[in-house]
Design a protein around this ligand. Structure first.
Ligand SMILES: [Zn+2]
Length: 179
């Protein structure tokens, strides 16, 4: 059974933006990914998740995480429906506001990506302490011996011990090069 996606990228951006209004977070790629994951797994809807954010910050100062939203939504759904309450009054439910914070969150993410890109670029100027890739070379990993061979892009088996380039430089290389 396939389910309709219940939440869009724009929804996630708007939710992150709404959370940022409370806690001043910078929206980062990691947030986007974890929130998307959680939203899809736990079948958030935009309205429920937004409500959960407001509810959370009514009672807590701790930064909201996806698990808080999921818990809140579950609690909410377990309650008998309130008769005919108007859905989410207030500025946050307004489409203009939603678009504005979604746009803002997107810009934040773009900045985060650029910063990360710069840091990754900088990492390539030194030898990697993890995999010893020389300056200018991308990091790589060695497919372990004794493991079943993986297939390359074209479906050909790759022998054990083969070096594989990885997209992101190793964490320690990034750290070292940017300090
Ligand atoms: Zn490396």
């Amino acid at each position: 059974m396939t389910r309709q996606p219940t939440i869009t990228d724009d929804d996630i951006f708007a939710l992150l933006g709404a959370a940022a209004e409370y806690d001043g977070r910078r929206v980062a790629t990691a947030d986007l990914n974890t929130w998307q994951q959680a939203a899809n797994r736990a079948h958030w809807t935009y309205d429920d998740a937004l409500d959960a954010i407001h509810e959370h910050y009514t009672h807590h100062t701790e930064w909201i995480r996806p698990a808080h939203i999921t818990q809140q939504i579950r609690r909410h759904r377990a309650q008998p429906p309130k008769a005919e309450l108007p859905a989410l009054p207030g500025a946050h439910a307004h489409p203009d506001h939603r678009d504005r914070i979604a746009t803002w969150a997107r810009q934040q993410l773009q900045l985060d990506r650029e910063t990360r890109g710069d840091r990754a670029q900088q990492a390539l100027t030194i030898t990697c302490p993890t995999c010893s890739a020389p300056p200018g070379d991308q990091c790589w990993r060695v497919l372990p011996n004794g493991q079943p061979c993986r297939n390359d892009l074209y479906g050909k088996p790759v022998p054990p011990g083969t070096r594989q380039q990885i997209t992101d430089p190793h964490h320690r290389r990034v750290q070292l090069a940017n300090n």
